[in-house]
Design a protein around this ligand. Structure first.
Ligand code: CA
Length: 225
């Protein structure tokens, strides 16, 4: 059966390209341009995933996300034009599953949607509590591995925490620079690589398996689930 996607986007041109791509991938898409219509569609149509724009004529996508999260673990992907929104989107406050930065390619959105639906199909086994080798303590900004707290520098912590919050998601070096470093413009690809190397060494010392952080050629890094 086709997966049903709720698309909340008020710019018709953006909606049209997404509708075309998603439908040609076999998804059933309900497109609405307003917050109140999105909330109604969520309640009545039981979508399998929601794609939410942030700025809308009658409110914003964050409110829709919060409303959905009160009753449902529905996978949610945000469309965002501002990198400073990403932390809120993925963080505890909103708990969305992923985001795509505007301008985006519709193919990228389709790829993200498929990956999330695959992931949520296997969720029960993948998130068994004992299976998680790493535990994130955001309040104290520390991470535990195999029962011991890792001695991480500020950037090592932020890097590993970023990967840990989205297991299996591939982050490009540019995205990691943006999310982890205060002044990303001063940061080179090799800075990211060097920190990954340091974090891997600390994980290894703590007894984690060597391939916990995976390298994806020409794409970036991810944390294996
Ligand atoms: Ca908009």
């Amino acid at each position: 059966m086709a997966h049903r996607i709720l698309l909340l986007e008020d710019e018709q041109a953006i909606a049209d390209t997404l509708l075309y791509s998603l439908r040609s991938e076999g998804f059933e898409v309900m497109h609405v341009p307003l917050v109140r219509e999105a909330l109604a569609a969520f309640a009545l149509q039981a979508p399998d995933l929601a794609i939410l724009d942030v700025g809308l004529p009658d409110g914003n996508g964050f409110d829709v996300c919060r409303a959905i999260r009160k009753t449902s673990e529905l996978p949610i992907v945000f469309l965002t034009a501002r990198s400073e929104e990403i932390d809120r989107i993925l963080g505890l406050e909103l708990g969305a599953d992923d985001y795509v930065s505007k301008p985006f390619s519709p193919r990228e959105v389709c790829a993200r949607v498929k990956a999330i639906l695959r992931r949520s199909a296997v969720r029960p086994a993948a998130t068994a509590p004992d299976a998680a080798p790493l535990q994130l303590d955001e309040a104290a900004q520390r991470i535990r591995c195999a029962g011991q707290w890792l001695a991480l520098t500020r950037y090592e912590y932020r890097l590993l925490a970023t990967l840990l919050k989205r297991p299996q998601r591939i982050f490009s070096r540019a995205e990691l620079m943006d999310l982890v470093w205060d002044d990303a413009s001063d940061t080179a690809d090799r800075t990211v690589d060097a920190h990954i190397k340091l974090v891997r060494a600390k994980l290894r010392d703590a007894g984690a398996s060597a391939d916990l952080i995976q390298t994806h050629r020409h794409m970036g890094y991810s944390l294996s689930a």
